[in-house]
Design a protein around this ligand. Sequence first.
Ligand code: ADP
Length: 476
Amino acid sequence: MTINRNLIAGSWVESTDVIRNINPSNTDDVVGEYASATAEQVEQAVAAARAAFPAWSRSPIQNRADMLEKIGNEILERRDELGRLLAREEGKPLADGVGEATRAGHIFKFFGGEVLRLQGEKLASTRPGVEIEITREPIGVVGLITPWNFPIAIPAWKIAPALAYGNCVVLKPAELTPGCAWALADIISRAGIPEGVFNLVMGSGSKIGSALIGGVDALSFTGSVPTGRKVAAQAVERMIKFQLEMGGKNPLVVLDDADLETAVSIAVNGAYFQTGQRCTASSRMVVTQGIHDRFVDAVADRISKLVVGDALKPETQMGPAVDQRQLDQNLKYVAIGQEEGARKVFGGDRLNRDTPGFYMSPCLFAETTNDMRVNREEIFGPVGTVIRVKDYEEALHVANDTQFGLSAGIATTSLKHANHFRANSQAGMVMVNLPTAGVDYHVPFGGRKASSYGPREQGRYAAEFYTTVKTSYTLP
Ligand code: ADP
């Protein structure tokens, strides 16, 4: 098997250590072998990016726009193949893998356009004759640390704005899913990006991720809260600009006046699709008493029919957990929920399929309270809980009563409650009659409280992080 290497200073560089990329639907299937970078190689990548920065940051905007457009086009042309690689290495169903690859292509094309739209401001001064101009400049060398759950979309939504606004990049993807990141690096390098402008270093978070933070000018991280805290501490130590996207414990409020069919569909989609491995997944379903029993029965019925299996099989609706550690964590929380006195309505069992993989049945708990660990801690698996509440006011209180604030949803036909919820939810993203997960690529993404730190990602708001503002005063 050929070893896919790291991209440093425009060359594909070997390493002695290798990451074996395993298919979670079939652990006998090795997706590929990937070189694990050393700390010295990370330093070389950062140095290469630094050397490339002066020319890249001043390069004609048409060149940058064309390059991002070209990268986006190749991703879109190869979306089926890339989606298949994604499904194979991460375990989300093939259609979702292709959807994510498509999204990555669109993101590059969007930022190809944004290159041409970066704006400044010109203001009058309080001092006669003086002119003030406010402009945005690239930051320098940006380190990107990404998780395994969206192995092509998250790297894309960090790389594309970073390059668009004239920064140089060193990407450290998750160890579990280097395949999509490598494919993306290959596309970027063949698009003609100058050497050193984009670098890929694969490997462990504690070694490679940490070495990266030690050298860059800014850092964008997506991952878990505990890792986010470590990353933040290291970034603060160096006083670099940083941005964190982390976990969620996203509520879906279901009111008595909701359309039951809509409520059940968005709950099942939000809580169980992609095996619950989305930071925007609906984990807490907060349901008013008039619809509660009908809702619980209907969700249980729907998830009992979900086809759990190999991500690459067309009939599969829910794939495996990404690895043994994640599966163990999911099953541990199923046990914790039962110990805490929640009523297990369905699932939460280890499943066996034709191939050895990390399968489990979707799990639904009812009669939970918001102080239970299953409602406080992020599980990141197909485990949904239902909290019964009296009325809308209690539902809103419970929805906001969490350390997280990424996404929050409500199923209702009441305009009054929908509007009140949009105004009073303490989340960065609010969904009315839509799943908490599943967002557009051209608008800001991010949360509040422990879910996020720093400026939003995606859409034109990405410029907040990937540029720095300069105010210049001139007396002509
Ligand atoms: P998850 O396992 O859910 O992806 P993590 O927070 O463990 O979440 O990982 C997110 C990313 O952070 C991965 O690329 C991982 O390798 C990286 N990482 C893990 N530990 C550290 C660390 N101490 N410093 C920098 N990056 C890290």
